[in-house]
Design a protein around this ligand. Structure first.
Ligand code: RB5
Length: 145
């Protein structure tokens, strides 16, 4: 029950909100920053969180920026990362079930806190289905090698 979370300045309020939400549910949360509202660069935070996954400190993480887009683009450049930006529950479920997403990306300027909670809950409770999806995810991971 350990997860990493991170944001830039555009996602810091939702990041802090979700950190408390997850801690309240018993998760140990590794906060990869940012820690102030001062403007910062989302690729730096994405790299830090994805580095924790690469090192095995955690197996999954949540990244928040204004839209979730910059974080997902940055995270998907990192080795071993499958990041999905979602705004609806169905996609949150499928991103884990079919794509085995190990990073969930959310947009603070897009989502309310209630929807963000639902997306996080849906993603965390869903298991990767494996089977034919494992073959496809394997092919994704081979891209760019
Ligand atoms: C920061 O203003 C904003 O660009 C960032 O949070 C994110 O939305 C980028 O994709």
């Amino acid at each position: 029950m350990k997860i990493a979370i991170g944001s830039d300045h555009g996602g810091i309020h939702l990041k802090n909100y979700l950190k408390e939400y997850l801690q309240g549910k018993g998760w140990e949360v590794l906060d990869c920053g940012t820690y102030t509202e001062e403007s910062c660069d989302y690729p730096d935070i994405a790299a830090k969180l994805c580095g924790e996954i690469a090192q095995g400190t955690v197996t999954q993480g949540i990244l928040v920026c204004g839209t979730g887009l910059g974080m997902s683009i940055a995270a998907n450049k990192c080795a071993g990362i499958r990041a999905a930006v979602v705004t609806d529950e169905y996609s949150a479920v499928k991103s884990k079930e079919h794509n085995n997403a190990n990073v969930l990306c959310l947009g603070e300027r897009v989502l309310g806190t209630g929807l963000a909670e639902s997306l996080v809950d849906a993603w965390l409770k869903t298991e990767f289905a494996g089977g034919r999806h494992a073959r496809r995810v394997g092919k994704i991971m081979d891209l760019g090698k």
